[in-house]
Design a protein around this ligand. Sequence first.
Ligand code: UD1
Length: 345
Amino acid sequence: MNKGTILVTGGTGYIGSHTTVELQAAGYSVVIIDNLSNSNIDVLDGIERISGIRPAFVQADCTDMGALKQLFKEYPGIKGIINFAASKAVGESMEKPVLYYRNNLNTLMNLLDCMTEFNVKGIVFSSSCTVYGEPDENPVTEAAPIKKATSPYGNTKQISEEIITDVINAGAPFKSVILRYFNPVGAHPTAEIGELPNGVPQNLIPYITQTAIGIRKELSVFGNDYPTPDGSCIRDFINVVDLAKAHVKAMDRMLENEGSDKIEIYNLGTGNGVSVLELINTFEEATGVKVPYKIVGRRPGDIEKVWGNPSHANTVLGWKADTPLADTMRSAWAWQCRLRERGIM
Ligand code: UD1
């Protein structure tokens, strides 16, 4: 059964590629638009090896309205959009704020304009738990207050949520689901697709796997003097395939359920907080590979502890992140080993 065509912006990226696979498995056709600024065209091969279907691909930038309109004309009848296309490095956003505001906000606004013009029924937007800042209580529900953003990256997520809300409240003829991710980690169990950071990784898991394989000498753990049980920060690490599946549930509900609200917001997490040191331990136990690390000072801007309450997504979307963390760590390691086999890293 073909459930219709979905435009996946940023579809060759980390979460976009995993979501493309799950959309295809659920019966959707996928058109990817990506400027390949932070991903590689070979990802299409990985997707095809998993699902047997090569998604349509347009190499273009979503900030280019002409290219976007051309795409909608070339692929008529796009029913839904999942918008992953965005710059996402917190540190870089402090140095190049205009790049972040321009990329992330112009992309969204162009897509919203196209939705009306080309009769697209709904958009799923990738947001982040960063909108909660340092939360007053954990686990965080969707009702928790939005805190002032501590980086231009985080601010683009907050402003994007506000833009979507304003546009829908102004009577736009489409729906939206905003998904607030906690910390997506791991790779597809086939090790055909995964996370491929440019240069020195900023995020924890790629740094761990690159250290484990010997690309980096040792991991720096940013702080062991936080008021947490072992002194390191606590996060909610969610398996990327579990996360991808939530997008399919959100799309199904938005397109098929007449009773769903015009705008819905869901936290996507596991409900469990895991510390940085616990995560390193889990990785070592799951893979049998040691990760040399040293404790260094805190990283400016880091949140001390944040984990999500996913009950709303569990009940309304009928979705749960249930992959054990050890399996997720093994998938991250298998992916790192695959990159080595292929001579990529
Ligand atoms: C950050 C952003 C989040 C964004 C995500 C993806 C904030 C508050 N969070 O998440 O919105 O979606 O990046 O880019 O803006 N750590 C180490 N050593 C390392 C790397 C990380 O100890 O080499 C620690 C960090 O201090 C942190 C934890 O690992 O406590 C997770 O860090 P990271 O993977 O960068 O994600 P977040 O900062 O949680």
